[in-house]
Design a protein around this ligand. Structure first.
Ligand code: ADP
Ligand code: MG
Length: 690
């Protein structure tokens, strides 16, 4: 029965080979694919309005015959196309701008339906840029009129009408055979309609209430599948044999007492949670989440030393060489007086140092290796790897993290992220991890003022930087690289740095860093900046993470519209690290409403969680998922920014299923199990952890 859903779409009534090819362009090859091709919106045509009764300023639907058509060019060059439509009660003008091709889509005498915003201009009733549809003569039109009508994502060669007809035929024949993944008990408890009913109603809803019920059911199912996978994985991880670390902590104690500051309450809590995890028989899988500057590194170092205390080794992975180098330097100075070897391993490390790092890992001596992806390579072997810390974990892939973990026997894992995540997203992205949050900033930070540079006023921003620098402070000027692999922009950055130095900052030292510099060269610029010998650092986005120079109090971002919101927030985290008031200046001309919204968000708030929420609203969840296996692909209807309540219900149901039936052997869970194996290659059930 379930196999009916795998029937090729070609065999659906009204499809055939030619249409099947067209549907293929939409990613539809089976009946199941087709039924999951949900409408992108709906039109309520149960409320077609006589033209005489159309209300200005409202979204209205009218139906009538095309009386006349015409295109003209307005002053200013805009092309105006209008179709006059009459229904006996009056005439409305369908009005479109700069879409001259529409003229060929309409014919005089045809019956059409228009939906759009109505307005009156010089006595004419216009419907602006309406959605339109030609009504077929004589056909039975129950699917297309007089009801709530689905509007589908389409492709060339397919009309809304034919899509509706195909979908309707498909539902008639196959809806009842679609497997219902939601176990009956869960469905009943959550008050959800059955799969077949939900499918019928999502495509051809009887009324808004049943549409909402159908949507809720489908969203629940999408979340349930993902959450069962996450919950099972989490439980599996929790059953692995680990290596408890109960070393008593002389290194850790020495480290903490050597710090020139006291831990914040949040740092102390996080460290307690981590230490408790590490002392357990089971390996730790914990996320340490905290806004830029909240002090994650200190916590990570403490955890690494706790591992060393118990006779293990540690690894700290960072996504870029600059960040890895910075961590290495921090660790070395923090642990300078302690009997532990801290070694750097990146692609840029010279051979002798590299050999020394590899040897330290192999030998089992108390050592911490800090590095980039280079840590995950085959030749790296640890004798006693006890803790893996991954900074900015979202910049690594699943496979890379697994490879690093594989260098020890179920080592403890601490992943860190400075990208704050809205709660709902955390439950999907990190549902398999325990979470510690640093929700408190270290004391004594100056405020950061964020301002847009008005158009044409970039010179004033440079003047400001010059004055700050003359007063002994330092500044960043950030440039976007159009394309990492392109040559030109780098040259442009270099030329820019020289020009800035000559024209705007005479007498000051201007340095340049970018991602493709040789390591020694970059090192020397960074050292000069850290030591205050370089006043203005011109940089590409490579500085977004990790840099810690408290005396730098100004950051000017040029072409700020080219950066993402989270990225800009990260960059802003580079300043405001000292006691001085800092300035984050955004130059650029956003070309889209989205870009403008990003820049406004930065002016409005400094709260990383609020920023993350706005980012989610703007971008949708897709990008947050890159590198995670519980892909957004499984979420078609679900919206993380809106469906938090359904997500939590699905999580609860998933926990309950896992409690009762760990291996999904119950016949009521058979379909769920099959779907999980299909979507997650069985990873969660078969014991291989990704
Ligand atoms: P994150 O990685 O979370 O962005 P860092 O670990 O780089 O933050 O810490 C930012 C700065 O704050 C560093 O200079 C660090 O030494 C300092 N710092 C960390 N914890 C504290 C604290 N409890 N009190 C004062 N300064 C701290
Ligand atoms: Mg950091």
């Amino acid at each position: 029965m379930a196999e009916a859903a795998e029937t090729k779409v070609q065999y659906v009534k009204g499809v055939g080979p030619r249409r099947a090819a067209v549907l293929g362009a939409l990613g539809i090859s089976t009946v199941a694919d087709l039924l999951r091709h949900y409408p992108r919106r709906y039109e309520d045509r149960s409320r077609i309005r006589p033209i005489a009764e159309v209300r200005e300023g409202e979204e209205e639907t009218v139906r009538g015959r095309v009386l006349a058509l015409g295109t003209k060019r307005l002053r200013g060059g805009l092309l105006l196309f209008q179709a006059a439509v009459g229904d006996g009660s009056g005439v409305a003008l369908g009005t479109w701008f700069n879409q001259p091709y529409l003229e060929s889509r309409f014919k005089r005498g045809e019956e059409v339906i228009l939906t759009g915003k109505a307005r009156r201009r010089r006595g004419e009733l216009q419907i602006l840029s309406p959605e339109y549809e030609v009504v077929a003569p004589a056909a039975d039109d129950a699917l297309n009129t007089g009801r709530i009508v689905p509007v589908y994502p389409l492709t060339e060669g397919l009309s809304q009408r034919s899509m509706r007809a195909i979908m309707h035929a498909c539902l008639d024949r196959h809806a009842d055979a679609v497997p219902d993944l939601v176990p009956p008990a869960v469905r009943e408890e959550a008050g959800l309609p059955a799969a077949a009913e939900a499918l019928r109603e999502i495509h051809f809803p009887a009324d808004p209430a049943s549409l909402e019920r159908a949507r809720r059911r489908i969203v629940f199912e999408e979340f349930l599948l993902m959450q069962v996978a996450i919950v099972l994985k989490r439980r599996q991880l929790a059953e692995l044999p680990g290596s408890p670390k109960r070393g008593g902590g002389p290194l850790l104690a020495a480290f903490l007492s050597s710090l020139p500051f006291a831990l914040t309450g949040a740092q102390r809590r996080a460290l307690d949670e981590i230490a408790a995890d590490m002392a357990r028989e089971r390996p730790m899988h914990r996320l340490l989440q905290g806004d830029v500057g909240s002090g994650k590194t200190v916590v990570a170092v403490a955890a690494l030393l706790a591992a060393i205390d118990s006779g293990f080794q540690g690894a700290l992975a960072a996504p870029t060489e600059i960040l890895a180098e910075q961590h290495w330097r921090t660790l070395r100075s923090l642990a300078a007086a302690l009997p532990v070897e801290v070694r750097l391993l990146t692609a840029g490390v010279p051979q002798p140092e590299r050999e020394a790092a590899l040897e330290a890992a192999r030998s089992g001596r108390p050592a911490i290796l800090v590095g980039t992806h280079a840590l995950m390579e085959g030749e790296v072997a640890f004798d006693r790897l006890g803790l893996v810390v991954v900074d900015e974990q979202h910049r690594f892939g699943v496979v890379q993290r697994a490879r690093l973990r594989g260098k020890g026997r179920n080592p403890d894992v601490l992943v860190m992220t400075a990208t704050p995540i809205p709660r709902t997203l955390a439950l999907t992205l990190y549902g398999d991890l325990d979470v510690s949050v640093l929700d408190e900033m270290p004391p004594g930070r100056g405020t950061v003022v964020t301002r847009r540079v008005p158009p044409g006023a970039i010179g004033k921003a440079y003047d400001f930087i010059r004055r700050e620098a003359s007063a002994g402070r330092q500044a960043y000027i950030v440039y976007p690289l159009v394309d990492e692999s392109e040559r030109l922009p780098l040259g442009a950055a270099r030329a820019m740095a020289e020009r800035l130095s000559r024209e705007h900052f005479p007498g000051l030292r201007v340095g340049l860093v970018h991602g493709r510099m040789r390591r020694e060269e970059r090192e020397s610029v960074m050292t000069a900046f850290r030591e205050g010998r370089v006043h203005v650092l011109v940089a590409t986005s490579v500085i977004e993470v990790g840099l810690d120079v408290p005396n730098a109090c100004v950051m000017l971002v040029e072409h700020a519209e080219r950066f993402g919101l989270a990225q800009l927030h990260q960059m802003r985290g580079r300043i405001g690290r000292g006691r001085e008031r800092s300035y984050f200046l955004l130059d650029g001309s956003p070309a889209t409403e989205e870009a403008a919204r990003r820049l406004r968000a930065l002016e409005e708030t400094a709260d990383g969680f609020r920023i993350a929420e706005i980012d989610l609203e703007i971008r949708g969840p897709g990008e947050f998922f890159s590198g995670r296996q519980h892909g957004a692909a499984a979420l078609r209807l679900a919206r993380l920014d809106r469906d938090g309540e359904v997500l939590r219900a699905a999580r609860t149901a998933a926990e309950r299923i896992a409690d009762r039936d760990r291996w999904l052997r119950d016949p009521a869970h058979r379909l769920l199990r099959r779907e999980l194996i299909r979507n997650y290659s069985g990873r969660f059930l078969l014991g291989t952890i990704g």
